[in-house]
Design a protein around this ligand. Sequence first.
Ligand SMILES: N[C@@H](CCC(=O)N[C@@H](CS)C(=O)NCC(=O)O)C(=O)O
Length: 302
Amino acid sequence: MSFAIKDEIRCAGGKLLKVAHQSKVTGTPMDVNLYLPQQYYSGATGGKKIPSVYFLAGLTCTPNNGSEKAFWQREADRYGFAMVFPDTSPRGDAVPDDPEGGWDFGKGAGFYVNATQAPYSTNFNMYQYVHSELPTALAEFFASKQRPEGVGAVDFEENVAISGHSMGGFGAISGFLKNPHRYKSCSAFAPIVDPTRTPWGVKALTNYLGADETAWREYDPCALISDVPYVAGKEILIHYGTKDQWMDPYLMPQRFVGLLPQSKWAGHVDVKMVDGFDHSYYFVSTFVPEHAAFHAKHLGLA
Ligand SMILES: N[C@@H](CCC(=O)N[C@@H](CS)C(=O)NCC(=O)O)C(=O)O
């Protein structure tokens, strides 16, 4: 599968590539931003492939929000990992949107699930897109590219970690717990962890998966943290700001946090409440260095 490189921007010690490709699972063109760190260009990896961190953005976002405002790039250079910033939904005139005209569902709000309900099921297959089609497509594309002498190879499929913000934090945690062998580590900034009981989650899951709540369990962090057996060595790091304007009733971490001590993941999920921070990328960018160090450790870089 081929990607068109729309822009290649010098950034920190590497480059930010804005690319686009035709997705089979969404049936639409998809934009993706990639950050290739300085080690990619210098080849200074000791012969090892450069691992990747996937960052899933929140409601209303495109691949640009995370790559412009989260400041992952210097951290990627520090440890030597690539960043993948996918879009948050399929887009285009043929893609059905929120009939209510809201920004919390439809375009820009794919919730990283595979929709089963018409008319959304044709395009809104963001779970399969992010966790399967995109990594395979990136691996194939980079394998097919002629690498100049000394340029490092990137691992988009095996030595990989996942992170996300808000709706993207939900996508990162649910994707990680549904595939606990696939990602080395998971982190989230202000994630929606109780989607079956909070307005953004209920609206999205009803429309994408139907009114039968048993279908929601497949993606629900509260259900998954209780049901999924612990996998040795895996950890989840989560930050919330105490002044997050969406905390109540949209994010609502209380039930998830309350389930942790009895869960199989007890002791392996670190939820940090940080005083005075809100929901914005000022909050996200402040804690990206801590998340980068966490992922670097799990990716064997630190
Ligand atoms: N109406 C607001 C609310 C949605 C919102 O807060 N989105 C968060 C994620 S849940 C976000 O990252 N917004 C874009 C940004 O801050 O760059 C917006 O359009 O941004």
